[in-house]
Design a protein around this ligand. Structure first.
Ligand code: SAH
Length: 355
């Protein structure tokens, strides 16, 4: 084991605040002894700090219309080959009801950036779902501050807005017309409004370095996020990045493990993108720091067209079957499905490592 790796790991175990070089040393873990000790440490922190419960968040992908041009994303405005759909508000509420009946305690409303859904339309949907006492997470991209405020007022609990990459030049290149500074500003607004805020990054983007990934993790720590979605890049053939190789599953698992060490209180999903590249990776992620899974509640006839990347898993699964399958996965690991809403754990915690 390299001394620099051992020292970085020990510093984290003692609740220290490692810098960029140390985070890099952890991300560079060699297969074998180093990776094993990294993964063991991440799983131990996960168990000690967030426990054995796995939180399920039922996701409804309610519209694949998008006004953005993100180079990696299959639902970008420029993709003319995609059949577009919008779920009516009553259909969204009905899909959420299905999720509540299946026992999900959090409903995630996700879409492309689609202004068809006005501030008031979404507020009405949120109010309807909140009547059932579940948590509501929004993941609908950048909107005016007034929209965020109105939805918070309507009862939305959480907001997921991934920062995608902490490298400002790479960010600008991948998101025409967008800037990392604006993204961070939106995340700050959401915090000010009292949302439990989630961010996160893509691993293996063309042009991304390991140092960029270290910066992603340090940014997540500085933002004090309650949730971090960390998934591999998956090339979509109908995008400008269609010919690039996908992100590495093993690197994504290392980033996830280091995230657990740096952000002990954070909710970390075993992402769908990871499971799409390798069906076994969902289980591995749960053993390397993850404590959340986000099953799909989108009605079958729309699901195929929410194609942010190709070959997404469980495209034909009935939501009831997904629930059973996840129950089996989680109990097979000696863990259990959470009974509560799984709210953020960070509020009031010190900003250093686990106590
Ligand atoms: N419009 C919303 C939701 C976007 S889709 C928003 O801006 O927040 C949710 C996530 O999918 C994105 O944040 C992005 O990280 C991820 N994603 C999109 N295309 C992807 C691809 N080709 N590979 C991996 N992840 C991708």
């Amino acid at each position: 084991m390299r001394p620099v790796f051992r020292e970085a790991l020990e510093k984290l175990a003692d609740g220290g605040r490692p810098g960029r070089e140390e985070v890099l040393a952890l991300l560079e873990a060699d297969p074998g002894e180093e990776e094993e000790s990294l993964f063991r440490a991440a799983d131990a922190v996960r168990r000690r700090v967030v426990g054995d419960e796995v939180h399920l968040r039922g996701v409804i992908e309610f519209s694949n219309h998008c006004r953005r041009h993100c180079l990696y994303c299959g639902i970008r405005a420029d993709n003319r080959r995609l059949e577009r759909y919008r779920m009516q508000p009553a259909e969204i509420v009905a899909a959420a009801r299905r999720g509540v009946e299946l026992g999900y305690k959090t409903i995630v409303l996700q879409s492309g950036e689609d202004p068809w859904y006005t501030r008031e339309t979404l507020a009405e949907i949120i109010r309807s779902i909140k009547e059932w006492g579940v948590a509501v997470t929004l993941c609908v991209g950048e909107r005016p501050r007034e929209d965020y405020a109105c939805w918070r007022e309507a009862g939305a609990d959480r907001y997921l807005l991934k920062h995608e990459t902490a490298n400002p030049r790479l960010y600008a290149r991948l998101h025409p017309g967008m800037h990392l500074a604006d993204r961070l500003n939106h995340l700050r607004w959401l915090k000010e409004l009292g949302y439990q805020v989630g961010a996160g990054n893509i691993v293996g983007l063309p042009g991304q370095t390991l140092a960029d990934l270290a910066d992603d993790l340090l940014l997540l720590r500085d933002l004090r996020v309650e949730m971090a979605g960390i998934g591999p890049f998956i090339p979509h053939p109908d995008t400008p990045l269609g010919q690039y190789p996908p992100g590495s599953v093993s690197l994504t698992l290392r980033v996830l493990a280091v995230a657990r060490l740096l952000l002990p209180w954070c909710h970390l999903p075993a992402t769908t993108a990871l499971a799409t590249l390798n069906p076994e990776a969902r289980r591995l992620a749960l053993l390397r720091g993850a404590n959340v899974v986000m099953p799909n509640l989108t009605p079958a006839r729309y699901r195929r067209n929410y194609e942010i990347y190709p070959n997404k898993i469980c495209l034909d699964e009935d939501p009831g079957h997904c629930r059973l399958c996840l129950h089996q996965l989680v109990s097979g690991l000696g863990r259990r499905l959470a009974a509560g809403p799984g709210h953020g754990l960070l509020s009031g915690r010190p900003d250093t490592g686990p106590a």
